[in-house]
Design a protein around this ligand. Structure first.
Ligand SMILES: [Zn+2]
Length: 285
């Protein structure tokens, strides 16, 4: 009897181990190895976006001439100068005027208006890869950022992000930016319907609010180096959508290849959780 149970447990353990070791879940990124090269119509790498832009919030004043008496309201201005209006535009909405993708990150004067001129399909670690050339003016300011298509996430799931990179003088960071659908924002829900179709190709109906970010600081690896990390958002930061952002700054060069974002198997998720138990207090999870 005892023998049978032990054998059963052993079989179960071997199965779990085999699933973890051999069953790789599929890459959620399109063209993560850049072998498909450029989408010549879009002028961007297939599955990725280089023509991006940020926004600047402009505070409204009771007396706009003397800039006195803030109303607490803002107007949101695209880097190209287009005024979006009083609703903050969010990730994967495209500016109606310049047609660039709003990345939905921190507000800053860093507007990425020359971003695509610094990126090309070149040599990867294997086959093709993504090459960045950062001139002084861009390297010392906004840097260069390439973002993936927006990817549907499963709230509560775990993910693994892995990639190869190398750099000369530039500093490399990878982010997975994670967003939640904010269903309670009625103003935004009404506003997004008023946008021209070309500004909302994904036909979003609710605001995407950034709630979580996975960050890998790859620094400046002078030869091709592989990075791989798993992540699970704490329950209170569960997210619905995500995108990968390949970022480099400081004047120099950087390259990326074999970017893989994949969902963890149940066995891998259990392993991640036991290695990262998190806070004991449930309210902090
Ligand atoms: Zn614009």
């Amino acid at each position: 009897m005892g023998m049978k149970i032990t054998t059963g447990l052993c079989v179960a353990f071997i199965c779990l181990f085999a699933a973890g070791a051999f069953a790789r879940t599929p890459n959620l990124l399109k063209n993560g190895n850049f072998e498909h090269g450029m989408d010549t119509t879009a002028g961007e790498p297939v599955g990725w976006h280089t023509k991006i832009i940020g926004i600047i919030p402009i505070p409204e004043y009771m007396d706009p001439v003397r800039k006195k008496g803030r109303t607490g309201k803002y107007e949101f201005k695209c880097g190209c100068g287009h005024i979006w209006g009083n609703v903050r535009p969010w990730a994967y909405l495209y500016c109606p005027e310049c047609g660039r993708l709003n990345v939905g990150l921190e507000d800053s004067g860093d507007l990425y208006d020359d971003n695509e001129t610094c990126v090309k399909i070149g040599a990867g670690k294997t086959g093709r890869g993504l090459e960045y050339d950062l001139p002084v003016a861009i390297g010392n300011n906004e840097g260069v950022r390439v973002v993936s298509d927006l990817i549907k996430a499963e709230p509560g799931a775990g993910y693994e992000i892995s990639f190869d990179t190398k750099a000369s003088k530039s500093h490399v960071r990878l982010f997975v930016e994670c967003f939640r659908e904010e269903t309670g924002d009625d103003l935004a829900t009404r506003w997004v319907k008023t946008l021209p179709a070309k500004s909302n190709p994904l036909r979003q109906t609710v605001r995407l609010k950034r709630v979580f970010r996975k960050h890998i600081d790859a620094k400046t690896p002078t030869t091709w180096t592989h990075f791989s990390e798993t992540f699970v958002a704490p329950d209170r930061y569960a997210f619905d959508w995500m995108y990968v952002s390949l970022y480099a700054y400081l004047p120099g060069e950087a390259a990326f290849d074999n970017v893989v974002l994949r969902k963890l198997t149940p066995a891998e998720l259990a392993a991640h959780r036991s290695a990262n138990p998190g806070p004991k207090d449930k309210r902090l999870r």
